[in-house]
Ligand binder design. Structure first.
Ligand code: UDP
Length: 362
């Protein structure tokens, strides 16, 4: 079986790393499976791309479509045009896409129209928020995929509601958590750890990159000033995403607690999360990692496609703007961490399950 694996953005790289390991393990056992890795170039900054390939030992992509940034449509169209050519030149039996970025949807459409089977890893997630491009990417990809690999039984239910046939849905667990478990013993202090006198639980981690939080300068600055105030005696380490950097521009506001740093590599970032007092974020993946690490997470969104991080894990949705966050954070300070657990099958073996299923079904 020849699989073309697609990855385009930071969270994709983290998700494909264990899938590639699982394929290589099967290859070494003599299974008839091979892969080709295609990087669409959606994320091309070293700090969002190359660093992850190096740290997670992901092989150099066989092909880089180099689409770079653009509007939603320009980027999606560029990926489709380049990926069609890629598949014409390099045939395969299956295209495997992960997550919910533009590369996921664009490559799924191209493959399907060329009568190539599509596997979607992280299928069935739904936030119900059609203003987010990711939700559209999820729905379109799930409307045409052939194999649906899910991280929760709720995702199975979502797919069934959309009419997906039961035998195509496989609840396998969470590949992002595979990567977390595979790398926990490799995590490393960031270089600035001593410079900022960081110690276990004396700082908060902050990440923001969703348009609803970062595209409008005034409201972003207000949010940051609000977080700076609520942090009180804690430092706030803020790896600034390139999108957020554009909005903040060169103007540097003075913060009491917030320390702006570059986007971190995976191993340093995991070290920072694992030792933090709490995390404030608008990321989906980070709310999964904090759940497994038992770190309280406050998500600056109105909804989530990962409700198990709330019902089972450590995540609390705090909406947009500072007010609700400040209220919820102050009650967290009073009451401490709440009881939490780890969702079913988030055990580090999702990728192997996926490859086993593909090998038996193909
Ligand atoms: N991440 C990282 N360095 C950072 C910020 C995030 O390595 O400075 C990792 C994080 O651990 C998680 C992934 O990037 O594995 C989440 O990516 P992102 O927040 O961009 O995407 P989302 O999960 O929201 O789709």
């Amino acid at each position: 079986m020849k699989i073309t694996i697609v990855a385009g953005a930071r969270p994709n790289f983290i998700k494909i790393a264990p899938i590639i390991k699982a394929i290589e393990k099967k290859q070494n056992e003599g299974a008839p499976i091979s892969y080709r890795l295609v990087h669409t170039g959606q994320h091309y900054d070293k700090s969002l791309s190359d660093t992850f390939f190096e740290e997670l030992n992901i092989p150099h992509p066989n092909s880089n479509l180099e689409v770079k940034s653009g509007s939603q449509s320009i980027q999606t169209a560029a990926i489709m045009i380049a990926f069609e050519q890629e598949l014409v030149e390099n045939s395969c039996d299956l295209v495997l896409v992960v997550g919910d970025v533009n590369s996921t949807m664009a490559c799924a459409i191209v493959a399907k129209k060329m009568n190539i089977k599509v596997a979607h890893v992280e299928a069935g997630m739904r936030s119900g928020d059609m203003t987010m491009p990711e939700e559209i990417n999820r729905i379109v990809t799930d409307s045409i995929a052939d194999y649906f690999f899910t991280t929760s039984l709720l995702a199975n239910e979502n797919l069934l509601k959309y009419g997906t046939s039961k035998e195509k849905i496989h609840f396998v667990g969470n590949v992002m958590i595979d990567t977390l478990y595979q790398n926990l013993n490799r995590i490393t202090k960031p270089a600035f750890w001593d410079d900022y006198q960081l110690e276990r639980e004396n700082y908060i981690i902050l990440t923001l990159h969703r348009p609803s939080n970062v595209d409008e300068e005034q409201s972003l600055q207000q949010l940051l000033l609000g977080i700076d105030a609520l942090a009180d005696d804690k430092k706030v380490i803020f790896p600034v995403h390139p999108r957020t950097k554009v909005t903040l521009g060169e103007k540097k506001l003075q913060y009491k607690n917030i320390i702006c740093v570059e986007p971190q590599g995976y191993l340093a970032f995991l070290y920072l999360i694992k030792n933090s007092f709490a995390v404030i974020t608008d990321s989906g993946g980070i709310s999964e990692e904090t759940t497994v690490l038992g770190i309280s997470c406050f998500t600056m969104r109105e909804n989530t496609e990962r409700p198990e991080t709330q019902s089972v894990g450590t995540n609390t949705l705090v909406g947009l703007g500072i007010e609700k966050l400040a209220k919820i954070y102050s009650s967290f300070l009073k009451n401490g961490k709440r009881e939490s657990g780890i969702p079913a099958l988030w055990d580090g073996n999702a990728s192997e399950r996926i490859i086993d299923i593909l090998l038996t079904k193909s």
